[in-house]
Design a binder for this molecule. Sequence first.
Ligand code: SF4
Ligand code: SF4
Length: 252
Amino acid sequence: MADKISLGYTHLSGCTGCTVALADNYAGLLTLLDKYVDLKYMPTLADARHVQKVDVSFVEGSVCINDKLAVEELKETREKSTIVVALGGCACYGNITRFSRGGQQNQPGHEAFLPIGDLIKVDVYIPGCAPTPQMIRNVAVMAYLLLKGTKEQKDLATAFLKPLMTMAQGCEACSCDIMTTVINQGLCMGCGTCAASCPVNAITMEYGKPQLERDLCIKCGACVAQCPRSWFSFDVVENYEAINEAIMAALQ
Ligand code: SF4
Ligand code: SF4
């Protein structure tokens, strides 16, 4: 293996569930830190007070446009990172912060929480509230292989990351899509992420299932993009075993 990639972690407004999900990798997190990642900046884990120049930055949480420091930190993260990853529902779509007026950094003056893609260019979205520990780990490994791996590993990493990169370019969908592609297919697991991500409360959870209020839908596509059962890539499915083997081999 070549040398490590440098990683930053910018923490904006949210519930900190994505940090907890990252930590829930337990020994896998230690392997990542030991072999692949040089953690340069992360308020809870790395002893650095300012955003650092890195290969990959994870951003957790949405950004409050009334909070000048948060806006500057986000812009500086973009300037100093080769790849920016929006980690979790709040960074990708505003999620809970959009209708609850803030989570972790809740202050009376904080009124407008935006997904980070509204202010900066984002390269990769990791959906979910919170994303699974395995998903975060797999993206970190694949980012490493994309930047430092052999040609074959780069190809696998590209196949794995492509749907997440496509998601970062925007999604045009409406509540009907989640009904036809997930719920009516029997794929819904009742996680509630779609309801949490909808900016106009067009989705509520009743008896563990999403109920749609179609008249309210503004066709923003957040629920579809955020649903862990909605995104599907033939590239990933066709290369599933090789991708899985590459990740497992990296974590040995
Ligand atoms: S507005 Fe419509 S498309 Fe957007 S999250 Fe809500 S239900 Fe989904
Ligand atoms: S996000 Fe997807 S799986 Fe979760 S409740 Fe909504 S439709 Fe079901």
